[in-house]
Design a protein around this ligand. Structure first.
Ligand code: HAM
Length: 426
């Protein structure tokens, strides 16, 4: 029989993986909530049209990577490839943008049919942030500051810290002029273009400057720069953003080639690059402004900006060992392992176990066996708990339990109340 396996590029995670996962998740939630962002949760499945209209028909995501299917009603649906369009759909549908500013975040799986490798998956998690109704450049700066603080919270020292690549795509009119300049430039060298570039020349010439093909780099190097096509407003905005970043001591590189693979951006765009598990440079976090998107999807003119961390990529940067140690130390410091040394003491031990859990004690485990204390204690110490609480018939007759500190082996005979006092550290 054929062995059943997960879909290629989709991962299973177990408790031992999820310890670090949850810590990082908690850390990010806590951080963005302190900046005023509230959580949203949207469906995994959306109408295909949502992404065709927002991310853009010529983008790789829509043209090559969407998990698209027809449901039983004949509706064209997709497993969402990104969160920005879903948030807008939800916001418009529920009137959330009407004369309101919003700051949202989400932590959800996304789906793209890409070529899987370490750091690139077909189901991956994004921790994303979106702000609506703010046109001020100060928010662009604050968002970059917030991301920068994640690197320092994660203890990424200077040489391991992601580098911020920053660009401005200007407004629709300036981008149209830039597009024209690119078409003229690349048409002159049509014979030197690779197949992808030839396709993009018609559908999305901006993507050509983003090409990773080494054979194209010479040509791209001399292509027009978008920064020469910005209008006065966009240029001033970009200047002001850089002033704010410098004042906040945030290092960045202006990268005129950074055009992003999704069509909805204008003005500020950014990617934080890291060395990926395969050695090359990959983005751990990316985003930008998309001030026209809400209006183009049927809403009122509403400025917007956002970004998303690739959660698995972020995890790969974290010092897992340090985080696990920290976690072990914390749970061991308060964990309890309860042992009935005899069948008759099982009800008392079960009652005590529940009492500890009811007190919100972090990690409380019970040994289900009622004999072989040596093995029971072995399991207690393997559990990582600080305390073993035991009762045999002798202890029970005295109305007591035996409490052993597994860190130094010290043992005390205590009443149940005293035992609770001790392990709950009251
Ligand atoms: P994106 O650049 O397509 O932007 O994805 C954001 C991040 O998701 C990437 O920087 C990367 O870390 C992670 N990512 C993307 N694809 C994969 C993959 N196949 N495997 C693992 N990680 C991946 C967006 O999706 C925009 N919605 C971001 C945004 C929010 N812009 C404004 N608001």
């Amino acid at each position: 029989m054929k062995r059943l396996q997960a879909v290629r590029g989709m991962n299973d995670y177990f408790a031992e993986d999820l310890v670090v996962w949850r810590r990082l998740e908690h850390l990010l939630r806590d951080l963005v909530e302190r900046y005023g962002y509230g959580e949203v949760l949207t469906p995994v499945v959306e109408p295909a049209e949502l992404f065709i209209r927002s991310v853009g028909e010529s983008s790789d995501i829509v043209s090559k990577e969407m998990y698209m299917f027809e449901d039983r009603n004949g509706d064209q649906l997709v497993l969402r490839p990104e969160g920005t369009a879903s948030c807008i759909r939800a916001g418009l549908e529920h009137g959330k943008f009407y004369n309101q500013r919003q700051k949202w975040y989400y932590f959800e799986p996304m789906f793209r049919h890409e070529r899987p490798q370490r750091g690139r998956y077909r189901q991956f998690y994004q921790f994303g942030v979106e702000a609506y109704g703010y046109s001020e450049v100060a928010l662009d700066a604050e968002i970059l500051q917030m991301i920068e603080s994640v690197w320092s919270i994660l203890g990424l020292a200077a040489e391991r810290a992601p580098t911020l690549h920053l660009n401005s795509l200007g407004n629709i009119a300036s981008r149209a002029r830039y597009r024209q300049a690119l078409v003229e430039y690349f048409t002159r060298y049509q014979n030197d273009l690779d197949e992808d570039a030839k396709r993009c020349l018609v559908s999305n010439p901006l993507r050509i400057v983003d090409s990773k093909n080494p054979a194209m780099q010479e040509l791209i190097k001399d292509a027009p720069s978008i920064l020469d096509y910005l209008d006065t407003d966009s240029a001033a905005r970009f200047e002001q953003l850089q002033d704010l970043l410098q004042a906040a001591n945030i290092a960045y590189q202006v990268d005129p080639r950074l055009v992003r693979g999704l069509d909805y951006y204008n003005d500020t765009v950014f990617e934080w690059m890291v060395t990926g598990p395969e050695g090359g440079s990959i983005a751990a976090c990316a985003g930008g402004r998309y001030d026209q998107l809400i209006e183009s999807m049927g809403g009122k003119d509403t400025p917007a900006i956002g970004f998303a961390f690739g959660f698995e990529r972020l995890l790969s940067l974290v010092d897992t060992v340090a985080l696990l140690e920290q976690n072990r130390a914390e749970s061991a410091a308060c964990g309890c392992y309860l042992i009935a040394m005899h069948e008759k003491t099982l009800p008392t031990i079960m009652r005590l176990t529940e009492a500890l859990r009811a007190h919100g004690h972090r990690s409380v485990e019970m040994d289900y066996a009622t004999s072989n204390l040596k093995n029971q204690l072995k399991r207690a110490s393997r559990s990582g708990a600080r305390w073993a609480i035991m009762a045999g018939t002798e202890e029970l007759d005295k109305g007591k339990v035996l409490v052993k500190d597994l860190t130094d082996g010290a043992q005390k005979l205590l009443s149940v109340e005293e035992a609770l006092e001790l392990v709950l550290d009251r």
